[in-house]
Design a protein around this ligand. Structure first.
Ligand SMILES: [Fe+2]
Ligand SMILES: [Fe+2]
Length: 128
């Protein structure tokens, strides 16, 4: 499975707290990629729920920040966050978690979200 290599220049959204939370999320996903080759269902479930707890707290912190700065696209951004949480709940509710599918989703969602959707607020918050 492809890993996401954290690169400040490429991933920075112009806010130190957001950057540090994003990099932690990427590291956690990479850990999960290396841990799941032959780990048991329980371990995967535990790692996924720890990642999810951290991720949800990041999404809320980000929404607060964007609200404080008066980001005009906040509502549509929140929809993307909500869709993410729904997808994760759906994965977690499966009897057996399909690790490959979950990891592919996590790697793709987070790289796309940070590089495209979060990146869209960079210029806006920089000028605030
Ligand atoms: Fe976001
Ligand atoms: Fe984010």
């Amino acid at each position: 499975m492809e890993r996401v290599v954290w690169d400040e220049g490429r991933f920075s959204v112009g806010d130190a707290i957001m950057d540090s939370q994003h990099s932690s999320i990427i590291y956690m996903i990479n850990d999960l990629v290396s841990a799941t080759e032959d780990s048991a269902e329980q371990e995967v479930r535990f790692a996924l729920s720890s990642l999810n707890q951290y991720a949800v707290s990041h999404l809320l912190t980000e929404e607060e920040l964007l609200k404080d700065r008066g980001y005009p696209e906040l509502e549509s951004h929140k929809v993307l966050h909500r869709e993410y949480s729904e997808k994760i709940s759906q994965f977690m509710s499966e009897q057996i978690i399909d690790k490959g599918t979950v990891l592919t989703f996590l790697v793709n969602w987070w790289s796309q979200h940070i590089l495209v959707e979060d990146m869209a607020y960079k210029e806006f918050i920089r000028n605030k």
